[in-house]
Design a protein around this ligand. Structure first.
Ligand code: ADP
Length: 209
């Protein structure tokens, strides 16, 4: 659920001044009490605020904070992206596999000589080749990769929710994060694992393990 800017302001006022009457909240916002009525009703209904007769509004200090939705879903990809495993297009499939093991990764991001993203090779792309293919030391990784323009990318300011939807819709494990310009220079990756970690980090009570 998305709260409006005014509702967030009301919550801050209550947190800092509780217990506080509707009149005083209205005065702080320079609004009339009737203007605030629906906001206060919403905040009370969802349990963020508690209205105590003759006392005023207090912040409920809920364990599940509805504001957290914004933290969880609205965070930017740049806040949780991890380091991508980047290789050149002419490395062999054998070197690609070695890299996957060495850096404990599942996806190779392949760039040209100008560091521009041109392909992605996943574990299954490589396994598919290995079933019938030979000459792994001389066959370039570029032979098995998914190529541009078929690569789904995100920008640093893409939200976590959008990234998660793309991963789900395209049934892929990760997305390269590229510069906002047209250079297709990779600056990170966002994967199912990084999104899971983000949710655990930001869950009520923080990480437990
Ligand atoms: P795996 O194949 O190991 O299960 P993925 O699910 O990530 O790993 O990849 C599935 C297929 O999608 C592979 O062919 C891979 O090259 C391709 N792929 C992976 N990531 C992307 C992406 N961001 N955009 C387009 N295709 C991708």
């Amino acid at each position: 659920m998305n709260l409006t800017a005014r509702q967030k302001e009301i919550i801050t006022i209550v947190q800092e001044n509780e217990p506080i009457s509707a009149d005083l909240i209205a005065a702080q916002l320079d609004l009339s009490k009737s203007t605030l009525r629906s906001d206060l009703a919403v905040l009370t209904m969802i349990g963020v605020l508690e209205a105590r007769p003759k006392v005023g509004y207090i912040y409920s200090g809920l364990n599940f904070d509805p504001l957290m939705g914004e933290e969880l879903f609205g965070a930017k990809v740049e806040d949780l992206m991890s380091a991508p495993l980047i290789v050149k297009q002419d490395i062999s499939i054998q070197d690609g596999v070695t890299n996957l093991f060495m850096y404990d990764s599942g996806t190779l991001y392949i760039v040209d000589k100008d560091e521009k993203l041109i392909g992605i090779a996943s574990r299954k792309d490589i396994l598919r080749f290995l079933i019938n293919g030979t000459h792994t030391e001389t066959t370039p990784i570029a032979l098995v990769m998914t190529r541009m323009p078929n690569i789904i990318v995100v920008n640093p300011d893409t939200t976590v929710l959008t990234a998660a939807r793309l991963l789900q819709r395209h049934e892929i494990d990760s997305l390269p994060v590229v510069e906002n310009d047209e250079s297709y220079r990779i600056i990170g990756k966002v994967s199912k694992t990084s999104i899971l970690n983000h949710y655990i980090q930001n869950s009520p009570g923080g990480p437990k393990i």
